[in-house]
Design a protein around this ligand. Structure first.
Ligand SMILES: [Zn+2]
Length: 250
């Protein structure tokens, strides 16, 4: 099993990060930690250096942070991402999050930064990890026909029609632990072909249980996907893991 998107660098793990990583090592083949800010990218690179062949880094800037961050911090983040580009298995997370966003200005800010990340992924031939909420179709329009190396819609929660359009482009959709308690995500997982699917926890968020999520819970995604697709857990595990190895070139 692979957790293709999580944030083990977050402060939620400060008290017992080693334990959490230890449990992940017992159950998983690899975890992809996604940098979401300047500090997050630095912490992600450190985690990768400390856990070779197990924790892999993607470097980006979350759209939530894009709205509020100082422009200098954004520029510094982009510079550092370029400086560490060889260490990154993908660019992201990046994208558009229009949920509860008021007015056009913050949307414009998110789009401008997203464009720059698209350009980085193109220039350095890296996969692009997209966070899109209430803006999935707009994000898809912005990336398609650009000849990107590969595109992953992480924690996808949009509609089934846009999911089909994403799959038609040959892109990947990552199913998170939200599937444990969301009928909408269960329906989506039933429709999305296994060959275009990845599994993730988005830890520390979206725990299938009470409290904080962690990478070792990604088995809950595999269990639910197997149930809704009427496949064995072994089959779902085998194919989604193979997909992750291929997309991120692990
Ligand atoms: Zn995330």
């Amino acid at each position: 099993m692979i957790d293709s998107h999580c944030h083990v660098d977050f402060k939620e793990y400060n008290k017992n990060r080693e334990e959490v990583i230890g449990r992940a090592r017992e159950n998983l083949s690899a975890i992809i930690n996604s940098g979401a800010s300047l500090g997050g990218n630095r912490r992600t690179l450190k985690l990768q250096a400390e856990n070779p062949q197990f924790i892999y880094a993607t470097l980006g800037f979350h759209p939530h942070n894009a709205v509020k961050a100082d422009q200098n911090i954004i520029e510094q983040s982009l510079d550092e991402i370029i400086g560490n580009i060889d260490q990154a298995v993908a660019i992201g997370e990046t994208g558009l999050d229009y949920h509860n966003l008021q007015g056009e200005e913050p949307k414009k800010r998110q789009k401008q930064l997203f464009e720059r990340f698209i350009d980085l992924a193109l220039q350095y031939e890296k996969p692009l990890v997209i966070h899109a909420r209430d803006a999935e179709e707009i994000a898809l329009e912005m990336v398609k026909n650009k000849n990107l190396n590969q595109v992953i819609f992480h924690c996808y929660g949009g509609d089934a029609r846009t999911a089909r359009a994403i799959v038609d482009e040959g892109y990947y959709i990552s199913i998170s632990t939200i599937i444990s308690f969301s009928k909408h995500h269960q329906k989506l997982a039933a429709e999305i072909p296994l060959d275009n699917m990845l599994t993730e926890t988005d830890s520390p968020y979206l725990s299938p249980f009470k409290g904080r999520n962690e990478p070792s819970y990604v088995g809950e995604v595999i269990k639910e996907v197997a149930r809704v697709k009427e496949l064995t857990q072994d089959e779902v595990d085998r194919v989604t893991e193979k997909n992750a190895y291929k997309v991120f070139k692990l």
